[in-house]
Design a protein around this ligand. Structure first.
Ligand code: HEM
Length: 472
């Protein structure tokens, strides 16, 4: 069967297109008047009343100066008039919402990351209804002028709970100094990823859009049909990063492992700070690899010289390997069932080690998928928080060289709920049952959650349906 034809003009752009912008502004809103909100949505669909039009995934010859997308929470859909019976057909985790105790516990939003510590009242999920995100390519003037128009349009319709800005850092870097935005899934039905190709299997359209076949041959759908095909879900996350704390962690790991701090940084992430993957640049970071190479690798690749089943080069517990084990053997299914599209950007000023501060900086944006439960939440709650998901596997040399299951410990250094007394990160070496491994220990969290919203991006058809509901 051929690739499905995606109706790009019905799909919100953020799901399938990377906007590559300098600035973003996320408005997190509570609906105060449904009729007025319906008019606001209609104006955004049409791009009238002085407001920008909702950006679709349709490719354009000329890139616009700005992009806008709209999503709603379960409470927001309910406020707009979606019935309880219909809401029950939505993703189970979406229905509960990111701030519910059950979800927060599953994904590690506990302690300092717990909903009661979130900003903007996001911890009270019932009042969080809608997110409008604006991305601007170049100019803060464009951002300011659209913001003024939006603020006028919000009057009498919605209350602004939080405005969260984001700003790109030079060279696509994020705080902690790594280059980001390299690896994304290739979605069936989309043109091949010409910017940064890889040799990963393309992922079924239905993993990112409702109404299309997913990896197991099923189709995620919701009721009513207007909200189903071409819609998607995302986890919106505000993740604060403690840069000074991370640099201290690197020093401590360096002392414990006798590796230099840059190599430690590469081992934790799986990529050097310039983006080169350890798999392709095992001993030193070197110059940035060309885009056709930088994401073109797998971990299990016999013969012995190229194979890294055991994670001796790229640790099995590194961030990129936990979040996409590629062809590494995992318990249950394989990585193609848990891919996500990342649409996040840094926020806050660059950390200057010469003028240390504990300012507010981190990463904010959407982690897009057709099943929050099976994709974002699975990655966050299982592969990032556990170390027993790796399947027994030996290198081409057999058992004496070691087994993958012994070469991972603890939780993801970035996303884990790491506590001084229990944290652990494995630097693997040849040897049966991990005999020669070094485990770095005694580290805490350097990334905490400051806010989280599970949202639903309706198709354009779905937005029109929602805009019509209050008058029915
Ligand atoms: C502040 C928090 C985070 C930091 C500092 C961070 C850092 C990074 C970096 C440096 C990369 C490599 C660049 C690239 O491959 O494009 C990466 C890749 C990735 N991250 Fe994160 N990340 C964060 C949050 C998350 C979250 C919340 C998730 C979702 C569970 C996630 C999932 C992934 C995935 C799926 C990849 C690509 C893996 C691959 O396909 O090889 N990250 N991250």
């Amino acid at each position: 069967m051929g690739a499905p034809i995606i109706d790009f003009k019905d799909v919100q752009g953020v799901i399938l297109r990377g906007y590559r912008v300098k600035f973003a502004r996320h408005f997190i809103l509570s609906i105060t008047d449904t009729q007025a909100t319906a008019r606001l949505l209609q104006s955004l669909i049409n791009g009238d009343a002085g407001l920008p039009q909702v950006t679709t995934a349709l490719r354009r010859e000329v890139r616009p100066a700005s992009f806008l997308n709209v999503s709603l929470t379960s409470a927001g859909l309910s406020a707009m008039g979606v019935s309880d019976d219909d809401l029950k057909t939505f993703d189970a985790s979406f229905q509960q919402g990111a701030s519910s105790d059950a979800i927060a516990t599953i994904i590690g939003d506990v302690g300092s990351s717990a909903p009661q510590n979130w900003i903007g009242g996001l911890g009270d999920g019932q009042q969080v209804h809608m997110l409008i995100s604006l991305w601007v390519r170049e100019s803060t003037d464009v951002m300011d002028s659209i913001t003024a128009k939006l603020n006028d349009a919000f009057e009498g319709a919605v209350k602004v709970l939080l405005v969260q800005d984001a700003n790109a850092l030079p060279d696509d870097k994020i705080h902690f100094g790594y280059r980001d935005g390299i690896a994304q899934p290739t979605v069936i039905g989309m043109p091949p990823n010409n910017n940064i190709p890889d040799d990963q299997p393309p992922v079924a359209t239905g993993e990112f859009l409702l109404g299309y076949k997913n990896q197991i041959g099923g189709t995620y759908r919701v009721s009513p049909s207007q909200l189903s095909t071409n819609s998607s879900y995302a986890a919106f996350r505000i993740l604060e990063q403690d840069v000074a704390g991370y640099e201290d962690l690197l020093k401590s790991f360096s002392e414990q492992s006798e590796l230099d701090t840059e190599m430690v940084a590469a081992k934790i992430c799986g990529r050097w700070r310039n983006g080169n993957p350890l798999t392709l640049a095992p001993t030193q970071q070197g110059s940035p690899l060309p885009s056709e190479e930088i994401n073109n690798f797998t971990y299990v690749k016999p013969p012995a010289e190229t194979d890294d089943t055991l994670g001796l080069t790229c640790p099995i517990g590194s961030h990129i390997r936990r979040n996409n084990p590629r062809n590494g053997a995992v318990v249950g299914t394989d990585s193609t069932h848990h891919r996500i599209i990342r649409r996040a950007m840094p926020y806050g000023p660059v950390y200057d080690p010469k003028k240390p501060d504990d300012g507010d900086r981190g990463l904010v944006g959407y982690f897009v998928n057709a099943s929050i439960h099976n994709q974002f939440e699975f990655l966050t709650g299982q592969w990032n928080l556990e170390s027993d998901f790796v399947k027994s596997a030996t290198a081409p040399g057999g058992e004496p060289e070691g087994n993958a299951v012994f070469n991972i410990s603890g939780e993801d250094v970035f996303l884990g709920v790491n506590e001084d007394e229990s944290s652990s990160f494995t630097f693997a070496h040849d040897g049966k049952n991990g005999a020669n491994n070094t485990n770095a220990t005694g580290f805490g969290r350097t990334i905490i959650t400051r806010g989280s919203v599970y949202c639903f991006f309706p198709s354009i058809t779905g937005l029109s349906y929602l805009a019509s509901l209050p008058t029915q």
